[in-house]
Design a protein around this ligand. Structure first.
Ligand SMILES: *[C@@H]1O[C@H](CO)[C@@H](O)[C@H](O)[C@H]1NC(C)=O
Length: 354
């Protein structure tokens, strides 16, 4: 039958497939900007007002640090995806038995999903580098139990399981190509974690703050480089790749560390990054202007498309930290001033978010 079709049919079909594959490429080449909705504060808007604020800003992805019922209900029908958290203090129970995670999923996920678009569960936050030695070995067992529960309730294909790691999990991060994990973490937790993520079709969550690197080394790191402003860039002497921003160098040091332990095919989402608009005394870097530059240039960089020098075809997917200034975070100043908004929804500075 097919042989009877004229040649130009195949030519047209080929062109169509070719064009479609190109379209796919250009659609997938720019990543997303989400915002962390942290709530360590006693003066925030109601979750329903927050949904309106996010919509008004064109933000379609958010992340919270727990499974607060009021928040998850408020996002029902909003079409805003939300990554939720199983908290560090529940890790031990979650690692202990699947009956715990079955119950946890039944009471914290299933009542809301899919009207509330829960897209991922962050199991613990920065467990690998929270100084919680005992917790480290609980991490992957807890993730596996959460995953098994999602499978049991038939939602594992749409809700991913991962866990945010801090850059402190790295032994070496400079130059980026030399990135490596702390040797004592590799066998106990890093390899099992990456192997789980690969099998489950999930991604590594990474919290990366050029701000903290800059403020600790402002004599050697250029502010323009940290803020994604025009700069001459930094060349990695091992492979000649040129870095125009500190964030991309940090992310590539994680990719290099993953490559070094044999996982060059696990994707990454930056679950936190940001810059404070006010800082503690004698601290270099915090200012409204710098925060506006960092986050504004970050949004532009992500939406322009493309990945890091080591993974140029993998779009950057980033959650900014954070939506609000949070008055009950550790003081005195820096940690409480990462917000894009004041609690009354006034902007701390004005940048486009989409
Ligand atoms: C929901 O969000 C997705 C992705 O942001 C968008 O493509 C889609 O059009 C939205 N649907 C509605 C009903 O708003």
């Amino acid at each position: 039958m097919a042989l009877a079709l004229p040649l130009h049919f195949f030519h047209a079909l080929f062109m169509l497939v070719f064009l479609l594959s190109r379209m796919q490429f250009s659609l997938s080449s720019s990543g997303f900007i989400g915002v962390n909705y942290g709530r360590v504060a006693d003066d925030l808007l109601s979750p329903a007002q927050v949904v309106q604020l996010l919509k008004a800003q064109g933000i379609t992805k958010t992340k919270i640090f727990d499974t607060d019922a009021t928040v998850l209900s408020a996002f029902s029908g909003s079409n805003i995806t939300i990554t939720v958290g199983l908290q560090n203090q529940q890790l031990s129970d979650a690692a202990g038995s699947q009956s715990f995670t079955d119950t946890w999923v039944q009471s914290n996920i299933l009542p809301y999903y899919p009207n509330t678009l829960i897209d991922a569960i962050a199991v613990g936050n920065e467990i690998i580098f929270a100084g919680l030695q005992d917790s480290t070995q609980l991490l992957v067992p807890a993730m596996k139990n959460v995953y098994a529960s999602l499978v049991k309730y038939n939602v594992a294909s749409s809700i991913k399981v991962s866990s945010p790691i801090a850059l402190g999990a790295l032994e070496t991060s400079y130059p980026p190509s030399a990135g490596s994990f702390k040797p004592d973490l590799v066998e106990p937790v890093i390899k099992p974690l990456l192997s789980f993520l690969k099998q489950a079709g999930s991604y590594l969550m990474v919290n990366a703050y050029p701000f903290f690197a800059y403020t600790a080394n402002s004599d050697t790191i250029s502010l323009d480089y940290a803020l994604f402003k025009d700069n001459t860039g930094a060349t990695d002497p091992n492979n000649g790749l040129v870095y125009k921003s500190l964030l991309e160098a940090q992310l590539d040091s994680v990719f290099a560390a993953m490559n070094a332990v044999g996982f060059n095919d696990v994707k990454m989402v930056v679950t936190e990054t940001g810059w404070p608009s006010k800082g503690d005394e004698n601290q270099n870097g915090p200012s409204e202007q710098n925060a506006a530059s960092y986050n504004g240039n970050l949004v532009r960089r992500v939406l322009t498309g493309g990945g890091t020098p080591l993974r140029p075809d993998e779009p950057l997917n980033v959650y900014i930290f954070a939506l609000f200034n949070e008055n009950q975070k550790t003081g005195p100043t820096t940690e409480r001033n990462f917000g894009l908004f004041y609690p009354n929804e006034e902007k701390v500075y004005d940048i486009p978010l989409h």
